[in-house]
Write a protein that binds this ligand. Sequence first.
Ligand code: DON
Length: 308
Amino acid sequence: MSLSLAETVAAIAADMAGRTERGKVATYIPELAGVDPGQFGIAVVDAEGTLTAAGDSETPFSIQSVSKVFTLTLALGKVGDTLWNRVGREPSGNAFNSITQLEYEKGIPRNPFINAGAIVVADAILAGHTPKVALGEILRFLRFIADDEDIHIDQKVARSEQDTGFRNAALANYLRAFGNLRAPVEQVLGVYFHHCAIAVTCRQLALAGRYLAFGGRHPTAGGRVVSAGRAKRINALMLTCGHYDGSGDFAFKVGIPAKSGVGGGILAVVPGKAAIAVWSPGLDAQGNSVLGSAALEILSQRMQWSVF
Ligand code: DON
């Protein structure tokens, strides 16, 4: 007998609550080091707009690199495909914060989801404006696609990253040396750190992901966020690069586009069927949520949700 989506989601939350192998919370951002690893949340929004959630789905967490999907969308809206002159579209096979490829690939980051790529994307959004204006634009966009005005930047997390983000500062300076940043390094980093420090719940994140699941449309506002073709291409990048050097393994096990963050959140997209957000703060060696990945593997199997 097959279970309904609601029963499946509830069963997954119950399963995750009993797991003891939870990975390790990110400690390199001091403000994230104190997050309780015992938490797990899941929210799924389907094609009818029905939201199914379980566990800690209403607890805000740090969006971190999941925000890179939304900044990429905004930057493509601003500069179109010229963005690809500055950022590649290949998996890096390296850690999200690695600098090595930047030297021999002459300041062109492999993809928009590794830190170097997302820093270039932040620069494209800045485009001569102040960081405040750019961040306002990012927040407005997220609130619009999530249908929720109650989405904010956690200033403590932003400060914590700003105080300790020496690797990102190195990446940004290196990009600037290659002429691939236009705004001053401090401004670009300010935008980058603050958009990574946005707090969201699983419910908000799943709702925000609907345009990617449903052909670029905003299901409730009726309009279009991006063209169907652009939604497809962003999903393709999520599948190939969304879990950094763990992307191949995630595609193998789960088989759907998804983007992770070191806050422990993952946004996953089942084209035509659902947008899913899972969250659990414990990470694996690649910086991806251990229970979040496990939950998505089970959900995709039980619902037979896969792009393959
Ligand atoms: O720049 C950083 O290191 C963080 N703000 C974001 C990294 C991240 O989320 C990688 N994801 N797994």
